[in-house]
Design a protein around this ligand. Structure first.
Ligand SMILES: [Zn+2]
Ligand SMILES: [Zn+2]
Ligand SMILES: [Zn+2]
Ligand SMILES: [Zn+2]
Ligand SMILES: [Zn+2]
Ligand SMILES: [Zn+2]
Length: 538
């Protein structure tokens, strides 16, 4: 309806369309008054006019509503503001509390550090005051306070769990203390060392032994007792202590270690000291007490037993030492060198003697050789002359005998084995001539296999240079004739003159029948069989 009444109406107070038309209807049509509300003459009209009343009620309601909302906004703003203030104040309070807490913590830490440093200082002080000893027999430590004279086997509580006296004071081992008796009387402790005799004596013994001869000129050296313990003999001299205390500071090994136990801890400087005796070659801490002849070294007791505990060193011979100064050790070393030199010289001389002998033998052999050569040549010439003559004679004889050989009688008898022996016949010819010509080849075959008995057995060979005879050279004419008559494979031999060895394998020993069919298995010429048994035929 509104739209139909006011179709052209479009904008009102920023609203458009329907809303604008409703606003316009309410504000400009319903609530339209034609009077000025502030003028008195219009009072009655105003009161009568309901639109004004409504408008006023609406205004009041709007005011109340706005007032309510404003109060709410204000309350919220106040709340927010309070919240912020509370938050800020809380942060400030926390900050203060934190700073306070930190301060407490740092105070606590400082307290602990101060406590720790103080403890360290006290322990350092206690370390300098307390003395820790190690009992040499039980190796148990004990602590002593020289100021209060209190000695305890338990560690003083002031050191706590982890600290202790850093350098325990050593005590000399019972039985191995450096206390040396006089080599002469063995009753008194030594006072003087004579570096010419290389021995230490008590003063009375030294005086009694050095009264005569060259000994009178021997100059002894004083032996000091340790200034700390006044018991063991001094082995070391400290130049720094001497300079500081304005008196000769001689210590034994143990006291030297105890006196200088703070050396090298940063505060105490290293002292200059020197040995009065020869130190142990192994540890270089203690004076040498033993000398090993095999090792040619000097050791303290502990090191000596440690080094010579096992192996071949167990058998080394040792010698206990008296007060053993470096000079005495030098004398010993010089002596050893001298001994070596002498031994080497003796070795060289022996070698030279051997060489000389060898040369003598060589020349003697040369002379003998020359002499033998000379003699042999002299004999040989005559021998060769004789031999040549023999050959010539033989040839002459053969020539003479050849005249017999061409005779009809000889040629008739020879093939039958009946021809007589001629002087120029060789052994082979002479022997074979005794049997008919048809049998000769076979007999020769077997006789050629004859071997001298020592050809076969090592133990029979007397002269190895000798060539064993074989064939027709073995045996005498008569024996060979017998053999050739038997067919060559059997040697009858004669009792007591020939030894014939037959070696046969017993397994392959032929039966009587096979022997007959294989005659070559027996006799001198059939020795190829396995060597296992030996029979002696005489
Ligand atoms: Zn003595
Ligand atoms: Zn002397
Ligand atoms: Zn001492
Ligand atoms: Zn010193
Ligand atoms: Zn040692
Ligand atoms: Zn040794």
């Amino acid at each position: 309806m509104n739209a139909e009444l006011f179709p052209k109406f479009k904008d009102y107070l920023g609203y458009r369309g329907k809303e604008a038309r409703v606003l316009d209807l309410v504000l400009n049509k319903f609530f339209k008054t034609h009077y000025d509300a502030n003028k008195k003459k219009n009072e009655k009209r105003r009161k009568r006019d309901s639109g004004v009343k409504f408008k006023k009620a609406l205004d009041d309601r709007t005011d109340r509503f706005i007032f309510l909302k404003a109060s709410m906004i204000q309350a919220q703003a106040r709340g927010y503001h309070c919240h912020l203030t509370f938050k800020r104040e809380k942060a400030e309070r926390d900050e203060v509390a934190r700073i306070k807490r930190d301060q407490m913590k740092s105070i606590h830490i400082q307290k602990l550090v101060r406590k720790f440093l103080a403890r360290l200082k006290v322990i350092k002080m206690a370390e300098r005051i307390y003395v820790k000893y190690v009992d040499p027999s039980t190796e148990e430590p004990y602590w002593s306070n020289p100021r209060t004279k209190v000695v305890s086997w338990a560690k003083p509580k002031i050191f706590g769990k982890f600290s202790d006296v850093s350098h325990p004071t050593l005590l000399p081992h019972k039985g191995t203390e450096f206390v040396i008796m006089c080599v002469n009387c063995n009753m008194e402790i030594v006072d003087l060392v004579c570096q010419s005799c290389d021995d230490a004596y008590c003063s009375s013994c030294f005086n009694s032994l050095h009264t005569k001869g060259t000994r009178k000129n021997h100059k002894p050296l004083n032996i000091n007792v340790c200034m700390e313990c006044d018991y063991q003999l001094a082995t070391k001299t400290c130049e720094t202590c001497t300079a500081q205390q304005h008196k000769a500071c001689n210590y034994c090994d143990v006291c030297h270690k105890n006196v200088h136990r703070f050396e090298g801890d940063g505060k105490t400087k290293k002292h200059n000291w020197s040995w009065k005796v020869q130190p142990c070659v192994e540890c270089k801490d203690f004076a040498a007490r033993w000398r090993c002849e095999e090792c040619q070294d000097v050791y303290c007791t502990a090191c000596f037993s440690k080094v010579h505990k096992r192996g071949s060193r167990v058998n080394h011979k040792c010698e206990p030492l008296s007060y053993y100064t470096p000079t005495i050790h030098d004398h010993y070393e010089r002596e050893i060198r001298e001994k070596f030199r002498r031994a080497r010289k003796a070795g060289d001389e022996h070698e030279m003697a051997m060489e000389r002998q060898r040369k003598e033998f060589q020349s003697a052999r040369l002379v003998q050789r020359r002499f033998r050569g000379f003699r042999a040549r002299k004999f040989g010439r005559a021998f060769l002359k004789e031999e040549r003559k023999k050959v010539r004679d033989k040839w002459k004889q053969r020539k003479k005998d050849n005249l017999v050989r061409v005779t009809k009688k000889y040629q008739a008898l020879e093939p039958l084995g009946l021809a007589k022996r001629l002087d120029s016949d060789s052994m082979e010819e002479a022997v074979l001539k005794r049997i008919p010509i048809l049998l000769r080849r076979r007999a020769k075959f077997w006789i050629k296999k004859n071997l001298q008995d020592n050809y076969w057995f090592e133990e029979n060979i007397k002269d190895k240079k000798k060539i064993p005879k074989r064939g027709f050279d073995v045996g005498k004419y008569e024996e060979l004739v017998e053999q050739v008559r038997a067919g060559g494979w059997e040697n009858g031999g004669s009792e007591g003159t020939t030894v014939v060895c037959i070696v046969l394998s017993l397994k392959s020993l032929p039966t009587a029948r096979s022997l007959r069919s294989r005659p070559s298995m027996v006799g001198l010429g059939c020795l190829e069989s396995t060597v296992s048994s030996r029979a002696k035929w005489t």
